[in-house]
Design a protein around this ligand. Structure first.
Ligand code: PEP
Length: 251
């Protein structure tokens, strides 16, 4: 019922030529993959050339962030209309680096989520606990708080367009991956929160990705979990073979 989604978060990496080359290589190697959706999220400044490289290819384009206002005096920000204009279909929102390094709040993530949905862009809403929160037994509460805040005002009709990414902060870029059981426990909680907020049918359609040091070698066991519907990939998204290797593990 849910198609796997493998999403590459390139973060502040690549330049115009390496970004285009990476997208082109992924699109070439993706040609045989049928049961998985692929997405790349380059830096905003390279969305347009990467969009050109992906024209007519089976790899979608997403952004790593956007602002919640339509236009105006917001120096350095990018609007939902600008993302649509360059062909972005998804946007990553509330990534832990934005929350914890750049000060993004739960309320910011909610405003951005509502704006993306209104613009027809699928938000990938990231949630996840820090190591000290896990050690203090606060994992479920933190993920619940971030989930509830992000989904405030999201209608049942809109909810199925949202993708959730569970990214334990202690696993991002650290090489420490959550065990399949740790991931499944949080994913099942998130699915239950969706059921409580909407209903089981809607909850059953929402894709919940795992993110945090996912690699070709650990992707299959993570995605074998019933509530893990793909991955949000950082480091391993920067090499086409690794990214495709993860995508193959989904199929
Ligand atoms: C991410 O940044 O979303 C991420 C999961 O990074 P990594 O795969 O490098 O841990």
């Amino acid at each position: 019922m849910r198609r796997y989604l493998i999403a590459g978060n390139w973060k502040m990496n690549t330049d115009r030529s390496t970004g285009v080359a990476l997208a082109t290589a992924i699109a070439e190697q993706a040609a045989d993959l049928k049961d998985v959706d692929l997405l790349v999220c380059p830096p905003s400044i390279y969305l347009a050339p990467v969009a050109q490289a992906l024209a007519g290819k089976a790899v979608a384009l997403g952004a790593q962030n956007m602002y919640f206002e339509d236009n105006g005096a917001f120096t350095g920000e990018v609007s939902s209309a600008m993302l649509t204009d360059v062909g972005a279909e998804y946007v990553i929102l509330g990534h832990s680096e934005r929350r914890h390094i750049l000060g993004e709040t739960d309320q910011d993530v909610n405003k951005k989520t509502l704006k993306a949905l209104a613009a027809g862009i699928a938000p990938i809403v990231c949630v996840g606990e820090k190591l000290e929160e896990r050690e203090a037994g606060e994992t479920a509460a933190v993920n619940r708080r971030q989930f509830e805040a992000a989904f405030e005002g999201v209608t049942a009709e809109q909810a199925t367009s949202v993708v959730i990414a569970y990214e334990p902060v202690w696993a991002i870029g650290t090489g420490k991956v959550a065990t399949p059981e740790q991931a499944e426990e949080v994913h099942a909680d998130l699915r239950q929160l969706l059921t409580d907020r909407y209903n089981a049918e809607i909850a059953g359609q929402v894709r919940i990705l795992y993110g945090g040091s996912m690699k070709p070698g650990n992707a299959a066991e993570l995605m074998a979990q019933p509530n893990v519907d793909g991955g949000l990939i950082g480091g391993a998204a920067l090499k086409a073979e690794d990214f495709i290797g993860i995508a193959k593990a989904a199929g």
